[in-house]
Write a protein that binds this ligand. Structure first.
Ligand SMILES: NC(=O)C1=CN([C@@H]2O[C@H](COP(=O)(O)OP(=O)(O)OC[C@H]3O[C@@H](n4cnc5c(N)ncnc54)[C@H](OP(=O)(O)O)[C@@H]3O)[C@@H](O)[C@H]2O)C=CC1
Ligand SMILES: O=C(O)C1=N[C@H](C(=O)O)C[C@H](O)C1
Length: 247
């Protein structure tokens, strides 16, 4: 496939490496320095775009791809408030978009088990649940997209929690979650690639369910595999659509 990379930072550069390894070609690299000058003509002839840019940039990159009839895989996080409108536009305009807060196989297995775990614990009201995410200090958004997906999986399968609230540890804030609010705690530590933990605590014990990324390779390879999956498909998709255990 001929791939356009939207964002060429930590993730964009790794995605290029995995794309080349899998026999693809990177035909255009877009970052903050050249984005303003990119037009529909520059995307002509490409098969797919992969966006790992910034929360502020994602929406306009998505629009550019829709205008260019170019399928897009979006890994950028932090633009969720626009998800419904992007979905509607994608379907109305008969475009192709696949979004994932996390493309690694391990995290997608984690998402699946997280839902089952929430169902299993739900009858036992002595447990309160909380989510913790740890990322590097350069991260622009909090909570992480992955933590939001985890929280949504818990809320959908729990009769005790109906929404989530976020606390960034170390920032001045007075977040006190109500009993029906799921607390997501965000920590920013050095160069941590991404650690997510779900904690169920009772008076007598604690269940900890944790995923630790050792590096970013799983995210990058997963994004290339997602682009291959999207090739030839029309519509709005989530990374969960790729995995058989969700069917
Ligand atoms: N879904 C997943 O599996 C994962 C998602 N992510 C998400 O991916 C995103 C990127 O992460 P990461 O690579 O670590 O971030 P970086 O900060 O390392 O890279 C961001 C890149 O985006 C570029 N950029 C800025 N504005 C634009 C624009 N308007 N158009 C195109 N590119 C632009 C920057 O350019 P410049 O350098 O010139 O400023 C930079 O190259 C984040 O939202 C992160 O949360 C990260 C890992 C996994
Ligand atoms: O910014 C990051 O680095 C990551 N972002 C994604 C997120 O917000 O969940 C995925 C991964 O955890 C790394």
């Amino acid at each position: 496939m001929k791939i356009v990379l939207l964002g060429y930072g930590k993730m964009g550069q790794l995605i290029e490496k995995f794309a080349l390894k899998r026999g693809h070609e990177v035909v255009l690299i877009v970052d903050a320095h050249n984005r303003e000058s990119i037009t529909i003509d520059d995307l002509e002839g490409a098969d797919v775009a992969i966006d790992f840019s910034t929360p502020d940039a994602a929406l306009s990159n998505i629009s550019l791809c829709f205008e260019s009839d170019l399928p897009i895989v979006v890994g950028t996080t932090g633009w969720y408030e626009h998800m419904q409108e992007v979905r509607d536009t994608c379907i109305e305009a008969e475009q192709s978009l696949l979004y994932g807060s996390n493309f690694s196989i391990g995290v997608n297995i984690f998402f699946h088990i997280n839902r089952l775990l929430a169902q299993a614990v739900d009858p036992y009201k002595q447990y309160d649940v909380q989510v913790e995410e740890i990322h590097h200090v350069h991260k622009l958004d909090a909570p992480s997209g992955t933590a939001i997906t985890i929280a949504e999986g818990i809320i959908e399968n729990s009769s005790s929690k109906s929404s989530w609230v976020n606390e960034v540890v170390g920032e001045e804030s007075d977040v006190i979650n109500k009993p029906d609010e799921l607390l997501i705690e965000s920590l920013r530590i050095e160069e941590v690639p991404g650690t997510h933990t779900v904690l169920y605590s009772s008076e007598v014990d604690q269940i900890e369910f944790k995923h630790t990324a050792h590096n970013r390779d799983g995210f990058a390879l997963g994004a290339v595999v997602a682009a291959e999956w999207l090739n030839g498909r029309k519509g709005f998709f989530q990374v969960t659509d790729i995995f058989d255990f969700n069917k």
